[in-house]
Design a protein around this ligand. Structure first.
Ligand code: SF4
Ligand code: SF4
Length: 71
């Protein structure tokens, strides 16, 4: 099965959590660390469940998530 790498650009994240709400596989969580703007940015925690749908990246208003397919 294909695996996907989820790259969260921490400095772009505003912790709105849209990506968490719309991810069908509950892959993402709010992390405990804050970025330079003081937002607790998102971290991928259940990456093995990611189906690569790209919804998180499309829904993010700040373009903070990129999904890459890994062989
Ligand atoms: S690509 Fe789809 S399954 Fe993977 S983290 Fe984003 S919304 Fe969730
Ligand atoms: S949708 Fe984008 S800005 Fe909002 S919490 Fe997710 S990664 Fe951060």
């Amino acid at each position: 099965m294909a695996k996907f790498r989820i790259n969260v650009v921490a400095e772009r994240c505003k912790s709105c959590q849209y990506c968490i709400k719309f991810c069908p596989k509950n892959v993402l969580e709010v992390g405990k660390k804050v970025n330079a703007k003081g937002y607790e940015y998102i971290v991928p925690v259940r990456t093995e469940d990611c189906v690569g749908c790209g919804t998180c990246g499309r829904i993010c208003p700040d373009g903070a998530i990129e999904i890459y397919k890994e062989d």
